[in-house]
Design a protein around this ligand. Structure first.
Ligand code: CDT
Length: 301
């Protein structure tokens, strides 16, 4: 057995005026709990350091850029990396990345147990819109503030496992999971900020949204015989509710741990990476069973 104790560190609401330092303090409190539970890896949500700023329409690029990190680690985030090294815990979290060349990405990183960044993913499926939309109850301007990721769907050997990352809306696309599945992924870390209601359809509430989220994650895990750790930024941010429901899913698609609150909360599970082998060798042995001669449309349109 190759076992890792995986923590999913859900974060509650982060309001517009909350500083990076105050959020990092909350993250460190969750990491303290994770250390007591013997976690090997702790996964935090998408855009973990700030409020979900794409709900706010901004025209001034200088103001937009205040939500982005120019370096990782930077002064505010260095304590997270110090904690990794001191306690031998790997972490993954999302943030808005502004590169030295001026590119803007919705990014997540993965470290090893010394706090060294071993993997970086830039969100590929950006939901929402570019311009202010008067038809919506609230805005979702990811297409305005971010470029589609340019790193593809990578996987990294870390802590003796093959690990991959995706971010929020990516979880709804089977191609995301299959791209990592084809590289032998055994654990997918993903964070999300999902509004509790649909800004374009008032009949779709939290129940339906949770269902669609879990449906996507459980299917992705099962169909690629991988563990999945899905972590919410939850709670009501400046009056805008985000759904909670962080889960850890096994390679058969079953939920093995689930958050119960919509605040800061750590859930964890002892995950046997070898449990991925049965599915990968049998029903989802891609080399034996896939029929790629019939899949051309997937990449041609
Ligand atoms: N952050 C993120 O990707 N949220 C989306 C909301 C979709 S509605 C525009 C999600 O898929 O959960």
């Amino acid at each position: 057995m190759r076992e890792l104790v995986i923590g999913a560190a859900q974060l509650g609401a982060i309001n517009k005026d909350d500083s990076r330092e105050s959020v990092v303090t909350r993250m460190l409190a969750l990491l303290d709990q994770a250390a007591l539970r013997g976690c090997d890896l702790v996964v935090f949500p998408e855009l973990a350091l700030t409020t979900f700023f794409p709900r706010w329409y901004m025209e001034d690029q200088a103001e937009v850029d205040t939500w982005f990190e120019r370096e990782m680690p930077g002064p505010a985030t260095q304590p997270l990396f110090d904690f990794c090294r001191e306690h031998g815990i790997a972490i993954s979290f999302g943030y808005a990345e502004l590169t030295p060349e001026g590119h803007h990405f919705n990014t997540s990183i993965l470290t090893d147990k010394t706090g060294r960044i071993v993997g970086k993913y830039r969100k590929i499926h950006l939901p929402g819109h570019v311009e202010f939309d008067t038809e919506r109850d609230f805005q979702h301007l990811e297409k305005r503030y971010f470029e589609p990721g340019d790193l593809g769907f990578g996987v990294w050997r870390n802590l003796g496992a093959v690990m991959g990352m995706c971010i929020c809306n990516d979880r709804r696309w089977p191609e995301t999971w299959r791209m990592m599945g084809l590289q032998g992924v055994e654990l997918v870390a993903l964070g999300y900020n999902t509004p509790s209601v649909n800004s374009q359809n008032r009949t779709e509430g939290e129940r339906e949204r949770l269902f669609h989220s879990e449906l996507s994650i459980q299917a992705g895990a099962y169909q690629n015989a991988t563990w999945a750790v899905a972590v919410a930024k939850a709670g009501v941010e400046d009056g805008f509710p985000l759904m909670a429901g962080s889960i850890i899913v096994d390679p058969n698609g079953f939920v093995v741990a689930r958050a119960e609150t919509n605040g800061d909360e750590l859930i964890s599970h002892r995950c046997d990476l070898d449990a991925c082998q049965f599915g990968k060798r049998t029903i989802f042995d891609f080399a034996r069973h896939r029929r790629i001669e019939h899949y051309g449309l997937i990449t041609s349109r």
